[in-house]
Design a protein around this ligand. Structure first.
Ligand SMILES: N[C@@H](CCC(=O)N[C@@H](CS)C(=O)NCC(=O)O)C(=O)O
Length: 207
């Protein structure tokens, strides 16, 4: 059976859990990461030298990097409806997955560490204001995109890009900074809430 290594509170592990829910895929999960078993142990590093969760072990196949894991799972387990094979449709999904993993992830780091994790190393008011403004700008970009599609981030159909972006939106909504009115994003949140996987692993009380 598919094994997932990583604590269920990790935003990147939750992407994998939600994707398994979309696919109806059974798995076993082990708690790894801060607060649980250490990712810098030799046993874990043998699987992921980058020392981060999630990692999956599927038979003799090992994979890390959350968005790569999503692509693998849908390719391997009949998820064409979540990751279309037509080149342009697939490219749109990939674009938003890559943007989430790079630009959007970068933007939330400081405000999230400051306001949610209350990290003493992230309490500089000027840095917090600048980073919050950047995160808000990225969320405005998403607002524009969802105004255009009127549905999901890559177009009219739900895809694995919505798993990555949906968890990011949940983090945004649950981080106590000033939230401008972004009605298309709010409607998108309620659209996602129709999915059991988002309720269980996305909008489940965690940021
Ligand atoms: N680019 C990686 C980032 C993974 C990541 O940041 N994982 C965090 C948890 S969300 C982690 O492993 N932190 C170290 C730890 O918990 O020990 C991915 O998308 O999989």
């Amino acid at each position: 059976m598919l094994k997932i290594l990583g604590k269920a509170s990790s935003i990147n592990v939750r992407k994998v859990l939600w994707t398994c829910a979309e696919l109806g895929l059974a798995f076993q999960r082990e708690d790894w990461g801060s607060g649980f078993r250490a990712t810098d142990s030799p046993e874990f590093l043998a699987l992921n030298p980058n020392a981060m969760v999630p990692v999956i072990v599927d038979g003799d196949f090992v994979l890390w990097e959350s968005n790569s894991i999503l692509r693998y799972l849908v390719n391997q387990y009949g998820g064409e409806h979540l990751y279309p094979s037509a080149p342009r449709s697939r490219a749109a999904v990939d674009q938003w997955l890559d943007w989430q993993a790079t630009d959007l992830n970068d933007a939330w780091r400081y405000p999230f560490m400051s306001l949610v994790r209350q990290s003493p190393a992230h309490q500089d008011p000027a840095l917090l204001a600048a980073a919050s403004a950047q995160w808000t700008a990225r969320m405005r970009l998403l607002e524009q995109r969802l105004q255009t599609t009127g549905a999901y981030v890559a177009g009219s159909d739900f895809s694995i890009a919505d798993v990555a972006i949906g968890l990011s939106l949940n983090r945004w909504r649950r981080t106590p900074l000033e939230h401008p009115s972004l009605p298309a994003l709010e409607a998108y949140h309620w659209r996602l809430r129709e999915r059991p996987g988002y309720l269980e692993h996305g909008d489940n009380g965690l940021a």
